[in-house]
Design a binder for this molecule. Structure first.
Ligand SMILES: Cc1cc2nc3c(=O)[nH]c(=O)nc-3n(C[C@H](O)[C@H](O)[C@H](O)COP(=O)(O)OP(=O)(O)OC[C@H]3O[C@@H](n4cnc5c(N)ncnc54)[C@H](O)[C@@H]3O)c2cc1C
Length: 304
């Protein structure tokens, strides 16, 4: 059990956490990043990124490795430990499964996880037919057949975007209606290449290296096979904020609230990336938050 002190502790080693580390380290602050699973966060499971400025194409792994090297070369410390609690007293304490650390400022960059269907094969095919983000990966399916699982605003928005580029779009919705807002529903119902399966759910995902086919159970037919090249799962994101929900202000969906400078309701605690309450969750917006959170954290410490 140790109790080391750093200027800034960053929780989460995804792109927003590593961006924050680069800025804080270049301002001569000591930085510890705590990561519970794998360095790089969500992006490490993306085989190809085509919307990160400056790179026409880059794999998530390569982008993440570049960031990792940059953080380490600047003197950042990364520990693989899960943060379970933050305590606020005279000093800020970050408690992990193994240690207690102290710091003057904290940046929470714990991201979000896409909800999964919980089916066999699903995790293996992420990036090879199974996707979550149409803005990121929709273009790979130009003139192909795809399905969207879900019926809320993000599912219907995804289906609308896909319907402009794909041959056929199937929406698989478990309820008897779409729960998306009316304007979106009206727009999707006018699309000729979109078929909606209500009261239906995905039962099986088929394909070895790539997605080939899905089996759905429908309202009237018991089982139906759909040949699809891509499947976009749009059943929600879960922000990784459980460990601070009692301490920090979160919105109705558990995203952490902050002001435009990424400061939470507690002075000296900042939030960056997908776990932050905001509308657009992309690599570029995660980088944006990481930059602001670090600059503000440095200023906060310098004024102590
Ligand atoms: C398959 C896939 C493809 C994508 N493709 C693109 C794309 O092409 N372009 C694009 O702009 N965006 C893309 N995105 C979205 C993009 O990856 C995210 O917006 C971005 O990575 C969010 O970064 P982040 O640092 O906020 O969070 P994350 O990447 O989620 O990182 C958060 C990290 O915090 C860690 N963590 C969580 N809780 C704790 C805890 N208690 N203690 C310690 N560590 C913790 C997590 O393990 C994780 O490593 C994609 C997402 C996925 C899943």
């Amino acid at each position: 059990m140790s109790s080391m002190k750093y200027d800034i502790i960053i929780i989460g080693c995804g792109i927003s956490g590593m961006t924050a580390a680069i800025y804080a380290l270049r301002s001569d602050k000591s930085v510890l990043i705590l990561e519970k699973e794998s360095i790089g966060g969500q992006i490490s499971s993306s085989p190809l990124i085509e919307n990160y400025p400056g790179y026409q194409k880059i794999s998530g792994m390569e982008l993440s490795n570049n960031l990792y090297e940059q953080v380490i070369n600047l003197g950042g410390v990364i520990e693989l430990e899960e943060v379970t609690e933050i305590k606020i007293g005279k000093e800020k304490e970050v408690i992990t499964t193994d240690n207690t650390y102290k710091s003057d400022a904290i940046i929470i960059a714990t991201g979000a996880k896409h909800r999964l269907l919980g089916l066999e094969n699903e995790i293996n095919l992420i990036g090879n037919g199974i996707h979550f983000c149409v803005t990121c990966d929709g273009a790979f399916y130009k003139d192909k057949d795809v399905c969207v699982v879900g019926g809320g605003n993000s599912a219907v928005t995804n289906a609308l975007m896909l319907s402009d580029i794909c041959k056929n779009v199937y929406i698989i919705q478990n309820l008897d209606d779409l729960t998306a807002e009316k304007t979106l529903k009206d727009r999707i119902n006018k699309k000729e290449n979109v078929t909606i399966y209500y009261e239906s759910s995905v039962k099986e995902i088929k394909g070895e290296e790539e997605l080939e086919e899905i089996v759905i159970s429908t309202k009237d037919e018991k089982e139906k096979k759909l040949k699809v090249d891509g499947m976009f799962i749009s059943i929600g994101l879960e922000p990784q904020s459980n460990f601070v929900k009692q301490l920090l202000k979160v919105n109705n969906f558990d995203y952490i609230e902050s002001d435009e400078n990424c400061m939470t309701n507690i002075k000296g605690i900042f939030v960056a990336g997908d776990v932050r309450s905001k509308k657009v969750r992309q690599l570029t917006t995660a980088v944006n938050d990481g930059t602001i959170a670090a600059i503000e954290a440095v200023e906060y410490i310098n004024n102590l």
